[in-house]
Design a protein around this ligand. Sequence first.
Ligand code: ARG
Length: 558
Amino acid sequence: MINNIKENIKKLIDDKYEVKVVVEEPKDIKMGDLAIPVFPIVKKLHRPLPEIANEVALLIKDNISEVKELKVVGGFVNLILSKEEMSKNIILEVLNNGSNYASKDKNHEVVCLDYSSPNIAKSFSIGHLRSTIIGNSLKLIYQKLGYDTVSINYLGDWGTQFGKMIVAYLKWGDKEKIKNDPINEMTSLYVKFHEEAKKDPSLEDEARQAFRKCELGDPKYLELWRYIREESLKESAQIYDLLGVTFDSYNGEAFYNDKMDPIIRELEAKKLVELDDNALIVRFADLPPALIKRSDGGSLYMTRDLAALFYRKKEYNFSKILYVVGNEQKLHFEQIKRIVSMLGYDFADEIYHIGFGLYLTNGKKMSTRSGGVVKLYDVLMKAISLAKEEIELKNKNLANKDEIAKKVGLASVLYNDLKNQRELDIEFDLNSCVKFEGNTGPYLLYSGVRIASILKDKEIDLNNLDLEVLNKDIYYEIVRLLNGFKVVLEKSATDFAPSHIAKYLYTLATTFNKFYALEKINCEDIKIRNTNLALIKAIRIILNEGLRLLGIDYVNEM
Ligand code: ARG
């Protein structure tokens, strides 16, 4: 509603003066609801400021019906809008649209999202969890804004680590054991390889050769590769099932094994590569060189990524491609962008590296390699069991505790991640993120549950509302928040920041709880009660929808 009014005012001014102004929403409510800076008009027309300001004020007063009061203050025209009218309209807009509130029509633009992308034959790491939940949330946000999305799980299913796996399997592997417990067996084989290679470095060479055989298409090695890939994908699948995450494509690095030649040839033809110790490299003025081909002819992560990028551009014709990958790969993506523009293509600006920080425990990086192996699936399960303990304490008689504990546990982990600005490292402490109080996922779910229980079995007659009460500050604070959801959504897409939504939801929940403390929601006065119930119903709609965009399921009880 406010946005509509803003647009109307902008149009009025543009029509009259051919000047585009920004209509602001002052942070301080006392400054009015909207403020229109008149300087740009003064500048264009070279007429005195007071004269222009009064003229603009009159123009708005005559044309915008929602304006209740209007003041000229210095270079601004400040407006006070009729809260009652506006508030009612916003609440009704949310209730009428339900979860579609703030959704946009399809815009026929494609966004590719490359996320999760675990390395097969290694355990699914905390870093891959971050990529999975940030990527999934961005996908949902872009879909809501009308984009077509292509979600790609670019599996790390190719490369020397596969050689290591194969060598370890051939030397120490036990087929029976692997069949029974593939993930753990393969992880220990992988760990064993690293231990043994410390004693006998020639194993590294053996691994490189084994991988080279895969690259050259040796059937026996490829058969092994396929087996290992399939078995270890099962671990990731467990996690995706739990989180409800899906992908449109699982084309990983191996898929590009036979698609790299054209890009290498193009780099050569455009004289962008040089030989360095028999290896092919691309040099940049101000970045370290990128290795394109090994001296033994083997391909690299970079080569495969380039092949994948061009394949995707052709296949999906994206207007943006997002790589949700840890900060440590910043250079890699800078190099990719640079190579694209050096080749003379114009889509380098459509490539975004969506970086993120590490998970820390007591200030140190959480590790999945040897030693303190943290299994992600176990972490999620632990969160679920902690949530169950919390539920046992708070609501012992709850039916279907397990199902709810699962949702609460996952919400804890997801929200604890997504509430942070993604580039930052996160101190990870399961116990605190499962708490029902504070800035946690369970707190948000609990606020929604509280609303659900107030609304239970209540009729709301929307034709019998009290508008007067909407003038109270707390009501208006909430209405402004409801209305602000659209802006937050846009901003979270342009900044690639689900954290904007998380922060917004936390404010929405705390504001609801403030309302709950201040007002008797289920009051005697039928009109005020209708208004109160309509208002909190609108809050719950947005709360649930916001949570959905973070990949979190709401609950009705907990
Ligand atoms: N598998 C890689 C890793 O775990 C991440 C891949 C990211 N995506 C990409 N197109 N490079 O480090």
